[in-house]
Design a protein around this ligand. Structure first.
Ligand code: UDP
Ligand code: MG
Length: 316
């Protein structure tokens, strides 16, 4: 049997206790079945993770370590790993032992069925309720708004075809919505139930603020995936609505003054409200036009072109 080439990308931020177990386990599973490389991206750890990684890398030429000078976040760590990945398939997994490496062969079998991205689904998730409930809300909303029908967008365990990771640049908190970004380009996305384990060592790197970040990232991802190349279509709707309502309100105030003879001073609040809506409408439309200028000032990348071609097809 031909061994398959796979790259494992692991983002790591202060996971000293988990690393030895993780690397031993992953190597043991991969050794028999795959021609592999493990790319460890140390996202500016300060707890001594770096030394452990270097030690493993010096003993096993298949383990590669790259390190950020400071903490840049999981998305940047993944992007760096994606740049280096040479395997035909790329697997991402968290470093905290929550993702089960025994699922790697299953993910590879699934992607070989002809998918571009197989996203893990932690159906029986072993995290506290305070994490599971908001996550259910985000997954539900994202599924509804994007039309991408998977249950667990932010699972660390995923398998990609190499071409997919090379066409993706994620930053900020975009790793939470990778299936949306990939799906919107036109790649085939699916999900697979995976085993999930409780966090054994250390703590989650994301506190309560994750929910706000999650919300802003959802807005960004929706905006980018739907309106990046045609921003006026989003801002224009708000602009026209606001302008129209303002126009009607002001016509009504004029009618009260000149039709019924009531003084402006009696309807000052309404007048101000109407004028405000008119100005807001103009602002929104200008914002949309500025967006259109920015969108046109850079030629679209190859991936954006694919998206544009797809959008044009849908609308014709
Ligand atoms: N991580 C990272 N940079 C960060 C935060 C997290 O590389 O700034 C890594 C972390 O070491 C782990 C993975 O991303 O391997 C997921 O982090 P965590 O387990 O804290 O997230 P959760 O499972 O709680 O969503
Ligand atoms: Mg975790």
């Amino acid at each position: 049997m031909n061994k398959k080439d796979i790259s494992i990308v692991i983002p790591i931020f202060n996971e000293k206790e988990s690393l030895p177990e993780l690397l031993n386990e992953v190597v043991q599973i991969l050794e028999e079945q795959f021609n592999y490389e493990i790319i460890c991206v140390d996202d500016g750890s300060t707890d001594g993770s770096e030394e452990i990684l270097r030690q493993y890398a010096s003993n096993n030429p298949r383990i590669m370590v790259t390190r950020f000078l400071r903490n840049y976040g999981k998305s940047s760590a993944l992007t760096e790993g994606f740049k280096l990945a040479r395997g035909k398939y790329v697997i991402t997994m968290d470093a905290d032992l929550q993702d089960d490496p025994n699922e790697i062969p299953n993910l590879i079998s699934k992607i070989e069925e002809g998918f571009d991205l197989v996203s893990g689904w932690k159906k029986k998730r072993l995290d506290p309720l305070s994490k599971r409930l908001p996550s259910k809300f985000f997954n539900f909303t994202t599924r509804l708004l994007t039309g991408i029908k998977i249950h667990d967008f932010n699972c660390g365990l995923k398998a990609y075809r190499n071409e997919v990771v090379k066409s993706m640049k994620i930053q900020g908190g975009m790793h939470r919505y990778v299936p949306v970004l990939v799906g919107k380009i036109g790649f085939k996305v699916t999900e697979m139930e995976v085993n999930h384990r409780p966090r054994k060592y250390g703590e989650t790197k994301y506190g309560g603020a994750r929910y706000f970040h999650g919300l802003f990232d959802l807005l960004t991802v929706l905006f980018l995936s739907r309106y990046m190349r045609r921003p006026l279509h989003l801002f224009g709707i708000f602009g026209i609505l606001s302008f129209l309502i303002g126009f009607i309100v002001n016509c009504w105030v004029l009618y009260l003054k000149y039709g019924l003879g009531e003084p402006f001073s009696k309807h000052l609040a309404l007048l101000v409200f109407g004028v405000m809506l008119l100005i807001l409408g103009v602002q929104f439309i200008s914002l949309g036009l500025l967006g259109e200028m920015i969108a046109r000032s850079q030629p679209p990348s190859e991936e954006q072109m694919k998206q544009v071609i797809r959008e044009t097809k849908q609308s014709t």
